[in-house]
Design a protein around this ligand. Sequence first.
Ligand SMILES: [Zn+2]
Length: 288
Amino acid sequence: MTTPCIICVAITGSLPTKANNPAVPITVAEQIESTHEAFEAGASIVHAHVRNDDGTPSSDPARFAALKEGIERHCPGMIIQFSTGGRSGAGRTRGGMLPLRPDMASLSVGSNNFPTRVYENPPDLVDWLAAEMLAHDVKPEIEAFDLSHILKAKDMADKGQLAGTPYIQFVMGVKNAMPVDRDVFDYYVRTVGRLFGPGAPWCAAGIGAHQLTLNEWAIGAGGHARTGLEDNVRLDRDRLAPSNGALVRRAVDICDRHARPVATWQEARRILGLRLPEGAREARAVRA
Ligand SMILES: [Zn+2]
């Protein structure tokens, strides 16, 4: 049977503004509403950053807590993934929300260049973030901006710093980091299979217009897909994306063309080895 495709929606990020696209959700209330539409459209993971009232990036655990509560209420079962990325805070403040026990969190395991700066992930901070995720039962999504990050994840898994099979996301098309290159992509896929086993799940994200390219490649190659306004605010050259949900619907269409069923949140949790959400036990009993 074809593996269902997990669609992750990256709703906000730390860079896009209302000036780029008025549909970018900034307040927690907007984020919950936008996530709900994306969930209904087929997304089973929400990847989230939070913002201050003025729209600048934040790492305030209280905002993350409010967002988590709202998503759990309006999108029951959806996998919640918080960003520990570098734009929203320095050092350990990047992981200050991990005690909230989201299902997942992004984890960058090495440094690289970004469009205008160095994306710094020093080894001691990477070790600390991974230890916090282990302590709070948060599954990391390894953000592979470079091949070395996939091999670093293998090293960390072997040392017991990551629980279970690492879930690797290939990120392509960030200026000054790894470009969108099909040979590299294919090598990434082979490397994940070689290091973590042929069935190991992986996903891919492309930036800007490359979002569509990476959705096509990942869905066609049996991986999972990330979409959303964090990475791309347009449908095409002439049209802004009307919502996160619209970008999810575009990914669902690609799944249809490749005869990939879209993963429900239950299937996504099983594929990724995640716990069931609080209160889902009755749902499981009904299905059984
Ligand atoms: Zn992010």
